[in-house]
Design a protein around this ligand. Structure first.
Ligand code: IMP
Length: 187
Protein backbone atom coordinates (compact mmCIF):
# COMPACT_ATOMS: atom_id res chain seq x y z
CA UNK A 1 0.00 0.00 0.00
CA UNK A 2 1.25 3.46 -0.95
CA UNK A 3 0.00 6.46 0.99
CA UNK A 4 -0.60 9.53 -1.13
CA UNK A 5 0.29 12.60 0.89
CA UNK A 6 -1.60 15.46 -0.72
CA UNK A 7 0.57 18.53 -0.18
CA UNK A 8 2.79 20.92 -2.08
CA UNK A 9 5.24 20.99 0.85
CA UNK A 10 8.16 18.58 0.29
CA UNK A 11 9.36 19.11 3.86
CA UNK A 12 6.14 17.55 5.19
CA UNK A 13 6.62 14.53 2.93
CA UNK A 14 10.21 14.02 4.10
CA UNK A 15 8.97 14.17 7.68
CA UNK A 16 6.20 11.64 6.99
CA UNK A 17 8.71 9.22 5.45
CA UNK A 18 10.77 9.36 8.65
CA UNK A 19 7.79 8.16 10.69
CA UNK A 20 5.99 5.73 8.40
CA UNK A 21 7.19 2.35 7.19
CA UNK A 22 4.73 2.38 4.23
CA UNK A 23 5.82 4.10 1.00
CA UNK A 24 4.69 7.74 0.85
CA UNK A 25 4.08 9.41 -2.51
CA UNK A 26 3.77 13.18 -2.73
CA UNK A 27 0.75 14.35 -4.71
CA UNK A 28 0.24 17.98 -5.65
CA UNK A 29 -3.48 18.57 -5.76
CA UNK A 30 -5.03 21.83 -4.72
CA UNK A 31 -8.10 20.58 -2.84
CA UNK A 32 -10.76 23.00 -1.65
CA UNK A 33 -10.04 24.38 1.81
CA UNK A 34 -13.49 24.88 3.27
CA UNK A 35 -14.06 27.69 5.74
CA UNK A 36 -14.34 26.24 9.22
CA UNK A 37 -13.05 26.89 12.75
CA UNK A 38 -12.12 23.24 12.95
CA UNK A 39 -8.88 21.95 11.36
CA UNK A 40 -10.30 18.41 11.31
CA UNK A 41 -13.29 19.46 9.16
CA UNK A 42 -10.99 21.20 6.69
CA UNK A 43 -8.60 18.26 6.43
CA UNK A 44 -11.37 15.66 6.18
CA UNK A 45 -13.15 17.53 3.42
CA UNK A 46 -9.81 17.89 1.56
CA UNK A 47 -8.99 14.20 1.98
CA UNK A 48 -12.34 13.03 0.59
CA UNK A 49 -12.13 15.40 -2.36
CA UNK A 50 -8.52 14.43 -3.13
CA UNK A 51 -9.31 10.71 -2.87
CA UNK A 52 -12.12 11.00 -5.44
CA UNK A 53 -10.06 13.25 -7.70
CA UNK A 54 -7.13 10.81 -7.70
CA UNK A 55 -9.29 7.92 -8.82
CA UNK A 56 -10.08 6.39 -5.46
CA UNK A 57 -7.44 3.66 -5.51
CA UNK A 58 -4.84 4.44 -2.89
CA UNK A 59 -5.45 5.95 0.54
CA UNK A 60 -4.70 9.63 0.96
CA UNK A 61 -3.27 11.70 3.77
CA UNK A 62 -4.11 15.39 4.19
CA UNK A 63 -2.97 17.64 7.00
CA UNK A 64 -4.04 21.03 8.17
CA UNK A 65 -2.15 23.08 10.74
CA UNK A 66 -2.41 26.38 12.51
CA UNK A 67 -0.98 28.67 15.15
CA UNK A 68 -3.42 29.30 18.01
CA UNK A 69 -2.74 32.34 20.25
CA UNK A 70 -4.34 32.26 23.70
CA UNK A 71 -4.65 36.08 23.91
CA UNK A 72 -6.91 36.02 20.85
CA UNK A 73 -8.97 32.90 21.63
CA UNK A 74 -7.04 30.89 19.08
CA UNK A 75 -6.56 33.42 16.27
CA UNK A 76 -5.18 32.95 13.62
CA UNK A 77 -5.91 29.19 13.98
CA UNK A 78 -7.35 27.75 10.74
CA UNK A 79 -6.63 31.10 9.04
CA UNK A 80 -2.88 30.96 9.77
CA UNK A 81 -1.84 30.72 6.15
CA UNK A 82 -4.00 33.69 5.13
CA UNK A 83 -2.74 35.76 8.06
CA UNK A 84 0.88 34.84 7.35
CA UNK A 85 0.48 36.12 3.79
CA UNK A 86 -1.51 39.24 4.69
CA UNK A 87 -0.24 40.52 8.07
CA UNK A 88 3.03 38.57 8.14
CA UNK A 89 4.53 36.84 11.15
CA UNK A 90 6.28 39.94 12.56
CA UNK A 91 2.95 41.74 12.86
CA UNK A 92 1.42 38.73 14.54
CA UNK A 93 4.26 39.07 17.06
CA UNK A 94 3.49 42.84 17.44
CA UNK A 95 -0.17 42.08 18.11
CA UNK A 96 0.57 39.45 20.76
CA UNK A 97 3.34 41.59 22.29
CA UNK A 98 0.72 44.24 23.15
CA UNK A 99 -1.22 41.65 25.19
CA UNK A 100 -0.55 40.29 28.67
CA UNK A 101 -0.64 36.66 27.56
CA UNK A 102 2.00 35.43 25.07
CA UNK A 103 1.06 31.74 25.19
CA UNK A 104 0.25 29.90 21.98
CA UNK A 105 0.30 26.46 20.47
CA UNK A 106 0.71 24.88 17.09
CA UNK A 107 -1.79 22.23 16.18
CA UNK A 108 -1.99 19.79 13.28
CA UNK A 109 -4.75 17.43 12.28
CA UNK A 110 -3.84 14.66 9.83
CA UNK A 111 -6.63 12.83 8.10
CA UNK A 112 -6.19 9.43 6.49
CA UNK A 113 -8.97 8.41 4.12
CA UNK A 114 -9.11 5.12 2.22
CA UNK A 115 -12.54 5.48 0.62
CA UNK A 116 -14.27 3.81 3.52
CA UNK A 117 -13.13 5.18 6.80
CA UNK A 118 -11.65 8.52 7.63
CA UNK A 119 -9.39 8.63 10.68
CA UNK A 120 -7.82 11.73 12.17
CA UNK A 121 -4.71 12.18 14.28
CA UNK A 122 -3.93 15.31 16.22
CA UNK A 123 -0.68 16.77 17.45
CA UNK A 124 -0.05 19.96 19.41
CA UNK A 125 2.94 21.72 20.90
CA UNK A 126 2.79 24.57 23.42
CA UNK A 127 4.99 27.66 23.28
CA UNK A 128 5.25 31.44 23.53
CA UNK A 129 5.17 34.15 20.89
CA UNK A 130 8.49 36.04 20.94
CA UNK A 131 10.38 38.57 18.78
CA UNK A 132 11.66 36.76 15.66
CA UNK A 133 14.87 34.72 16.13
CA UNK A 134 16.58 32.08 13.98
CA UNK A 135 17.09 31.31 10.33
CA UNK A 136 15.66 27.78 9.97
CA UNK A 137 12.18 26.38 9.52
CA UNK A 138 9.33 28.18 7.80
CA UNK A 139 6.13 30.10 8.48
CA UNK A 140 5.72 31.12 12.11
CA UNK A 141 8.83 29.28 13.33
CA UNK A 142 10.90 32.44 14.08
CA UNK A 143 8.28 33.80 16.53
CA UNK A 144 7.35 30.48 18.20
CA UNK A 145 9.50 29.58 21.21
CA UNK A 146 9.38 26.17 22.88
CA UNK A 147 11.70 25.31 25.78
CA UNK A 148 13.87 28.42 25.29
CA UNK A 149 14.47 28.04 21.56
CA UNK A 150 12.41 29.31 18.65
CA UNK A 151 11.53 26.64 16.13
CA UNK A 152 13.65 28.57 13.62
CA UNK A 153 16.66 28.08 15.92
CA UNK A 154 16.20 24.30 16.06
CA UNK A 155 17.69 21.78 13.67
CA UNK A 156 15.15 19.89 11.56
CA UNK A 157 15.65 16.85 13.84
CA UNK A 158 15.08 18.88 17.01
CA UNK A 159 11.94 20.43 15.57
CA UNK A 160 10.52 17.13 14.29
CA UNK A 161 11.06 15.54 17.69
CA UNK A 162 8.76 18.03 19.43
CA UNK A 163 6.58 19.43 16.65
CA UNK A 164 2.80 19.26 16.32
CA UNK A 165 3.19 17.44 12.98
CA UNK A 166 5.74 15.00 14.43
CA UNK A 167 3.30 14.15 17.24
CA UNK A 168 0.41 13.59 14.83
CA UNK A 169 2.63 11.47 12.56
CA UNK A 170 3.77 9.35 15.50
CA UNK A 171 0.12 8.60 16.38
CA UNK A 172 -0.67 7.80 12.75
CA UNK A 173 2.35 5.47 12.52
CA UNK A 174 1.22 3.63 15.68
CA UNK A 175 -2.30 3.25 14.29
CA UNK A 176 -1.05 1.94 10.94
CA UNK A 177 1.23 -0.55 12.67
CA UNK A 178 -1.71 -1.84 14.75
CA UNK A 179 -4.21 -2.09 11.87
CA UNK A 180 -4.86 -5.49 10.28
CA UNK A 181 -3.24 -5.55 6.81
CA UNK A 182 -6.51 -6.17 4.96
CA UNK A 183 -7.98 -2.91 6.26
CA UNK A 184 -5.09 -0.94 4.83
CA UNK A 185 -5.40 -2.08 1.24
CA UNK A 186 -7.30 -0.34 -1.55
CA UNK A 187 -11.01 -1.06 -1.72
P1 IMP B 1 -0.63 24.14 6.68
O1 IMP B 1 -2.06 23.89 6.99
O2 IMP B 1 0.28 23.11 7.27
O3 IMP B 1 -0.35 24.39 5.24
O4 IMP B 1 -0.20 25.48 7.44
C1 IMP B 1 -1.06 26.57 7.70
C2 IMP B 1 -0.22 27.75 8.18
O5 IMP B 1 0.49 27.41 9.36
C3 IMP B 1 0.81 28.27 7.18
O6 IMP B 1 0.87 29.67 7.32
C4 IMP B 1 2.10 27.65 7.65
O7 IMP B 1 3.20 28.47 7.30
C5 IMP B 1 1.89 27.59 9.15
N1 IMP B 1 2.59 26.44 9.71
C6 IMP B 1 2.21 25.13 9.61
N2 IMP B 1 3.11 24.34 10.20
C7 IMP B 1 4.07 25.17 10.68
C8 IMP B 1 5.28 24.92 11.37
O8 IMP B 1 5.68 23.79 11.66
N3 IMP B 1 5.99 26.02 11.69
C9 IMP B 1 5.62 27.28 11.38
N4 IMP B 1 4.51 27.57 10.72
C10 IMP B 1 3.73 26.51 10.37
Amino acid sequence: MTIRFVTSNEGKVREAREYLSEPVEQVNYDYTEIQSDDLADIAEHGAREAFEHLGGEEPVLVDDSGLFCDAFDGFPGPYSSYVQHTLGVERVYDLVDAEANDRAYFRTVMVYYDGDESVSFEGAVPGRIVAPRGEGGFGYDPIFEHDGQTMAEMTAEEKNAISHRGRALAKFADWLAAEPAERKGPR
